[in-house]
Design a protein around this ligand. Structure first.
Ligand SMILES: *Cc1c(COP(=O)(O)O)cnc(C)c1O
Length: 378
């Protein structure tokens, strides 16, 4: 089955016999036992629920994994991932990451005795040097949020395989429509389902996907024990969102290319960070390991005033955090998503008062350009 078809028909497991085309929302916390030691396969919704199981099958199918686990948010998924490690263990993570991931690693994980070192995972030699005996995993985001840095997943996988350590890839930006990290050698894929998978700016969700039986068992144990599982209704919203994932990704990328080119030509824009621009740093690697470049663009304006003027004057485009939805949103990483990242770290990565990030939605490109134009020219 092709990817686009999988989005619509993702799992063929049926849970009722009414013929309902839409998967039912099994809004129940518990399940009756018809006799001693007789389970329907469902006992309690923290362990498993039919609506969530259907969704998890769809995600595992799309990412080409053997198991997927649905969490109440992307951060809940990442927190569960960190439960694989014990005090004294070390991890290496990309140095340009979603701000919440940095906050988790530097505050919660550190307090729990797991040291996470941030490194430019795009620099394979430096990455290999940073590995020590205690290193248990490498956590990569590619392309990164917000600077769109690209890491060669297969090259990192070669290192992690050799050392017998875990490679986890946050695939939120490109989704399995454009990039499948497990096929490139990763062991775990992380998602904020809140973004493109859900796709409508209306639901929080997170996923961990794996192709290892051992990791699947460990993660299932953590999932049922710590309990941040996705509700039946939110699972249903995810299933519904994913049906249009392929068409949304295709269209959002088309519009993003137009917008990136328009921004590039604007005199008040100093730099555009979009992997789909042939002269961007990550273009070649992204082209090799993904089938597209997605719908996320960051750009640097000439002055802080210009950046603020855009944020205050956009009408159609929403000034809000988050990404991946049908509505185009513009974010100020310096003061929003990355506000908790130490200032010197932010500045070193180029996250400054002039940097803006756009998540391109499903509006017409001409309307989006007109809105940016009037905001830039006010
Ligand atoms: C949003 C996001 C997260 C966190 O997900 P939530 O669903 O907001 O908890 C993690 N990684 C990336 C790349 C994100 O964009």
């Amino acid at each position: 089955m092709k990817f686009t078809t999988k989005c619509v028909h993702g799992s063929n497991k049926k849970y009722d016999n009414t013929g309902a085309v839409s998967v039912p929302i099994f809004q129940t916390s518990t399940f009756l036992h018809h006799g001693v030691e007789q389970s329907t396969g469902f006992d309690y919704s923290r362990l498993q629920n039919p609506t969530r199981e259907y969704l998890e099958n769809v995600i595992a199918n799309l990412e080409e994994g053997i198991d997927a686990l649905a969490f109440s948010s992307g951060m809940a998924a990442e927190t569960a991932f960190m439960e694989l490690f014990s005090p004294g263990d070390r991890l290496i993570a990309s140095d340009d990451l979603y701000g919440g991931s940095i906050r988790l690693f530097q505050h919660i994980s550190k307090k729990n005795g797991v040291e996470v070192t941030l490194s430019d995972t795009g620099d394979i030699a430096a990455l290999e040097n940073a590995i020590c005996e205690k290193t248990k995993a490498i956590f990569v985001e590619t392309p990164t949020n917000p600077m769109m840095q690209v890491t060669d997943i297969a090259a990192v996988a070669e290192i992690t395989r050799k050392r017998g350590i875990i490679l986890a890839v946050d695939n939120t930006f490109l989704t399995p429509y454009f990039q499948r990290p497990l096929a490139l050698g990763a062991d775990i894929v992380v998602h904020s389902g809140t973004k493109y998978l859900g796709g409508h700016n209306d639901t929080l969700a997170g996923f961990l996907v794996t192709n290892s039986q051992d990791l699947s068992e460990k993660l299932r144990f953590i999932h049922k024990t710590t309990g941040a599982c996705l509700s039946p209704f939110d699972s249903w919203l995810m299933i519904r969102g994913i049906k249009t994932l392929a068409v949304r990704m295709r269209q959002q990328e088309k519009t993003a290319i137009k917008l990136a080119q328009w921004l590039l030509s604007h005199p008040k824009v100093n730099a555009v960070f979009y992997c789909g621009l042939p002269n961007s740093l990550g273009y070649e690697i992204c082209k090799k390991q993904a089938s597209g470049f997605g719908g996320m663009i960051s750009f640097e304006t000439d002055t802080e005033e210009t950046a603020r003027r855009i944020l205050e004057n956009v009408n159609l485009i929403g000034f809000a955090e988050s990404l991946g939805g049908t509505e185009t949103l513009i974010t100020y990483p310096f003061l929003q998503t990355h506000a908790d990242v130490p200032e010197n770290h932010r500045r070193a990565k180029g996250i400054n008062e002039r940097l803006l990030r756009i998540s391109v939605g499903l509006e017409d490109a001409e309307d989006l350009i007109a809105d940016l134009q009037q905001a830039l020219d006010t």
